[in-house]
Design a protein around this ligand. Structure first.
Ligand SMILES: [Ca+2]
Length: 376
């Protein structure tokens, strides 16, 4: 795609008003220089969160919204790479060299355009927010999805982040090992600071690993005389559909009412919450999607499974946010930290169908065969 259109999306801002009156200064931050925490989701739908009308359990983000500001006229640039380029530079994505995606599949477009506005990494002519804040005395760190350059010297460690733990590409197997988005069974494309990182074979789930890194980073700021900037870029709920089995089980069956009913409920809740005008009409169902009532029962069950995995991924992300916010409280920084939550674009229309033969949809282990997996 060569055109980047602006899409309305969600953002939650929490800048605690008591910052000026807090009796104790928290680590690093001052009234004039708060800590900054940006929490970024990937391919999150507009109405997925509870505070935006969704049925998925997101109590931590809901609390953030209740204590802060929900913006309803916020714009992103509709795809992973350009939105990240704009977020980190404050510029139009073309000015930062990311007019299109950095991935191999966009190479032909980049070569045809032959312009510095269409590069395979963030422009070195453009400072990142991390570079600017670091130069002005902030500590800087990030974890999660980078997607602004696969090779050094274009990693987060090269672009102003003193500490980083990232997936460098646009997607990964959430369990680390197994089939990647390339369709090959290789290790996840990850980095820890300036070194490649190989996830452990057992006990790894990327949402939790990124949360752990953020919690540890914030914990290390206790007693610091410098404010910090931390960028927590969850890869959830971007495909592949992966979640721990116990999380999927909590949502299994909740989507059997189907997309026609569920989106009508979400639309009504958005009206009830005052986030959209009561006179607004819901967009027509895309022509490619049939009416739910015409779907055969086995396929309904398959769609319910897919949506239950997607919901579980967001549920897990929200619990990660809860742990990160608790870590701010633990070091006494909650009242001196600007927290911004947003997503790079809306729900993905893509339908990646790669899966290990016989794999259970949603899980890394191919230990159980289901009909759902065969179709996916
Ligand atoms: Ca995205």
């Amino acid at each position: 795609m060569t055109m980047i259109s602006a899409h309305r999306y969600l953002i939650i801002l929490t800048c605690v008003a008591a910052m000026m009156s807090a009796p104790l200064r928290s680590p690093g931050a001052t009234a004039a220089r708060p800590n900054i925490l940006i929490i970024f989701a990937d391919d999150l739908g507009f109405s997925d969160l509870g505070c935006f009308g969704g049925e998925i359990s997101t109590p931590n983000l809901d609390r953030l919204a209740a204590d802060g500001v929900r913006l309803t006229q916020f714009y992103n640039t509709a795809r992973c790479c350009p939105s990240r380029a704009s977020l980190l530079t404050g510029l139009h994505p073309h000015q930062a060299g990311i007019g299109n995606m950095v991935d191999e599949y966009a190479r032909k477009v980049r070569e045809q355009l032959a312009s510095p506005a269409y590069a395979d990494r963030l422009s070195v002519q453009t400072p990142t927010i991390a570079e600017v804040l670091r130069a002005s005395g902030y500590r800087t760190g990030m974890t999660g999805k980078w997607h602004l350059g696969y090779e050094r010297p274009h990693w987060p460690a090269d672009r102003g982040f003193e500490r980083s733990f990232t997936v460098l590409e646009g997607a990964m197997n959430y369990f680390g090992h197994g089939m990647q988005h390339t369709g090959k069974i290789v290790k996840a494309p990850m980095a820890l600071n300036d070194q490649p990182f190989t996830p452990p074979r057992e006990g790894f789930f990327s949402t939790d690993a990124f949360t752990d890194f953020a919690v540890n980073y914030i914990g290390d700021q206790r007693g610091s005389t410098q404010p910090f900037f931390f960028y927590l870029a969850f890869n959830a709920p971007h495909w592949p559909l992966h979640a721990p089995a116990e999380d999927i089980a909590r949502y299994r069956g909740k989507y059997r009412d189907g997309w026609d009913v569920i989106r009508t409920r979400r639309h009504q809740r958005l009206i009830d919450l005052g986030l959209i005008d009561a006179r607004s009409e819901m967009a027509p169902r895309p022509e490619t999607m049939p009416a739910w009532e015409t779907i055969p029962a086995p396929q309904k069950d398959d769609w319910d499974l897919r949506m239950s995995i997607y919901a579980a991924m967001i549920d897990r992300l929200d619990r990660g946010v809860g742990r990160v916010l608790a870590s701010l409280r633990a070091i006494g920084a909650e009242r001196d930290t600007l927290v911004i939550f947003l997503s790079d674009n809306g729900g993905a229309p893509e339908s990646p169908r790669r899966s290990l033969p016989g794999a259970t949809l949603g899980l890394a282990s191919p230990s159980k065969v289901t009909g759902s997996a065969a179709r996916m």
